[in-house]
Design a protein around this ligand. Sequence first.
Ligand code: AMP
Ligand code: MG
Length: 641
Amino acid sequence: MATGSRDAPAITGVVLAGGLARRMQDGGSDIDKGLVAFRGRAMVAHVLERLAPQVDRLLINANRNQGEYRRFGHAVVGDAIAGYAGPLAGLHAGLQAAATEWVVTVPCDSPFFPHDLVARLLQAAQDDGADLAVARTGEQPHPVFALVRRTLLPDLEQFLASGQRKIDRWYAPLHTVTVDFPDPAAFSNINTPDELAAFERPDAPFRIPLPLAEALPLAEVERRTEGFDRRALPVAAARVIMERFIAPIDSPEPVELPQCLDRVLARDIVSPIDVPAHDNSAMDGYAVRGADLDPQAPTRLVVVGTAFAGRPFDGALAPGQALRVMTGAVMPTGADTVVIQEVVRSEAIEDPAAAQAVIIPPGQEIGQNRRHRGEDLAKGKPALRAGKRLTAADIGLAASLGIGALPLQRRLKVAFFSTGDELLSLGDVPAPGKVYDSNRHTIRAMLTRLGVEPIDMGVVPDRREALHAAMLEAGRVADAVVSSGGVSVGEADFTREVMAQVGEVSFWTIAMRPGRPMAFGRVGNAYYFGLPGNPVAVMVTFYFFVRGALERLMGAAATTPATMRVRSRSAVRKRPGRTEYQRAILGRGEDGIVEASVTGSQGSGVLRSMSEADCMMVLGHDQGSVAVGDWVEVIPFHGLL
Ligand code: AMP
Ligand code: MG
């Protein structure tokens, strides 16, 4: 927590969600402000998330929908006095329920308050020996952002018992300090549907209302994930946590077909037409009336004309007639069957109106070689599903329906940077102990491959203030942040402190090789992925965690990675209890079966072996050593890295 040292007084954060929110009422519907969807989560989830790192425990003051509020994983307390008596009633309930020396209140509709709110209020209260610290920006007080010593409870009870309700009236005679914060916007609150809409800018990253169960703080998601162990986290459990924690964006924009490849479809596309639009011939041949054909003997029909694809025959087929048809030609009225030209014998005739007659052999099936209207896709049926990452086939399908632009999710913005004092950027002169920063370039390339907009934030030195500033900036401008380095055991302490100040970030040791240490969470509006520093570990953790997580964030439906089972040409020593990723090269054995051989050095700093490999051999968590000739699973790199 931001209050730092171990003997800091314990603080309970009370989120005030007990009001009636009259101004949020929308056409008579009963809206609970804390539960309104804002940027993809309940409003109160944003507030809880921001407050959690600043306090020791959290409480929610709510008088309605208490069951819903409980799903965020914290105690919920109602007012002890009746009549929706306002913030003081919430503070009163909080003071009663809290067992800590201090209680801090924040309203449930102010999701942007400062990350150092509590630390600064506490500092000021302690410096001044005050019982109460209240935030202000310049002349403007923010009385509901208050830190209150619990010993004030009897005083508050007396005040309320006298029938008074006004918060500043209660404050007036107390020993109070006010603390000036620089940014009034940080104290914005959202009271009306219009204000809500204004904050939901079209480029705001999170807009899907989620089931509330998914809007949990990260620590709660971890706690509820089976197999969670931050010191030996199975790969599968880490993936589950990311999936549960990440709320997909939903901000569709229309995009013309030529720009659609690889992007994510935001809405189902319903076919506006039948495909094909008419019954038509599947072959070159003769369209006939099935009822005319003699099943036992050849049938002679008069050919009355020709239909081409795109040039239909005007008129109907009368009994005894046939129409010459090309593949794709509209079936003439009356015809239900096509006889392929190869089996038909033609015969010149005298009739000047008809070019020829044809002899159809017996044994035709009624209805054969005819494509039915709407058989590929009926009008009104979904042609493409939301969440699809669009392929060449999908784009062709859209065009076949006459659709020239598709509603796609906007591209994600992903900021990335490298950390480390040893890093040189391109163009720098080599120096002893220094290495060129390769990770930033690898990461940019992988992000580009994924179709997101990369934002290069450069190299961040191993300094607290520098990391702090970089994280705040990244969390402001991006939907996700990827960093490399600084999460290994030796360095994590310092990164950990910074992260606790700027967001909600968890540090894990993953049961995998390469790439054990990793950080995950949220900073500002962005999800955060702290990858290890070793260049190969960066690629492996990106591919096996970040890629899928970003796909989820961009609104893409989950897909199964294309794996192959191949024969191993190498013996690999492995112990169960962690997932191992071996760089490997595919080839064929003498019997034609596909085989994989692991590349020379598997050290996690050896980028060259990654460059030589064309697949990753994945040895599962519970698997043991591999002998030459064993079957193993590989994931080909083609198109992925
Ligand atoms: P770290 O995780 O920061 O302790 O880094 C682990 C190893 O990876 C060290 O040998 C670093 O020098 C190296 N490393 C870290 N970041 C980069 C980078 N951006 N490019 C190349 N090597 C790096
Ligand atoms: Mg480092």
